[in-house]
Design a protein around this ligand. Sequence first.
Ligand SMILES: C[S@@+](CC[C@H](N)C(=O)[O-])C[C@H]1O[C@@H](n2cnc3c(N)ncnc32)[C@H](O)[C@@H]1O
Length: 239
Amino acid sequence: MPKNPDRVHREVVSYVRRSARMNASQRKAWDTLADRWVVPVPPRQTSTSIAPDAAVDWAAVFGRTAPLVVEIGPGRGESLVALAERHPELDIVAFEVFEPAVASALSRAARHGVPNVRFVVANGAEGLERLFGPGHVHELWTFFPDPWHKARHHKRRLVGPDLADLAVSRLGASGRWRLATDWPDYADWMRATLDAHPGLENEHAGWAPRWAERPVTKYEARGLAAGRTIRDLTYRRRP
Ligand SMILES: C[S@@+](CC[C@H](N)C(=O)[O-])C[C@H]1O[C@@H](n2cnc3c(N)ncnc32)[C@H](O)[C@@H]1O
């Protein structure tokens, strides 16, 4: 018998589980807008996990069948909302674990009136695995993921071999994974890991040109101000 059978098994995740206190405007945004844009999903043990048998009918949620994009970690939704507005032909599902950030993103989504975005407050790696079938995802976006600098924390990095395996299984034929980071060692790690993956092909055989449609977010601006080079990467799933 385990010492404490009620103890929740905590996996290594790419984010810090922290109390999510919203400011007044975020609370108001959440209360008025979450019903419209946040898709509730049953959790497993922790609040950011997803039950293994959870399922979402995305065509019913969006009211149409359109190419599905998954963004993991949109933060305050700066890229997400701008890209959703530019691409009305896509339906974008954004997984973000930090509720106050989602609340800010909801305000932005409402200001821009984008109908083709939904949020799930949960770990995006689990969401990609559990809420999408093999080959159902048109594009995967991971922009400026938390860098986890220390070597002992590298296992927490979102982008790595496990997410690569999952991406390959969920992307459709010639589906695309777009990434960006301002941290040189993470950029090198992403490129080395994904270049080595047999299911992925680097679209540019090296660094990708900056995706011009992607707006400069707070994180990119911070990296630029600190003199760091922004690296974009794009991979295609091998057919
Ligand atoms: C450094 S911020 C970047 C935000 C945004 N992509 C941008 O470029 O401005 C990383 C975000 O990813 C979220 N995050 C980290 N791991 C996640 C995961 N596994 N699932 C969902 N969100 C995650 C964090 O809460 C944070 O908001």
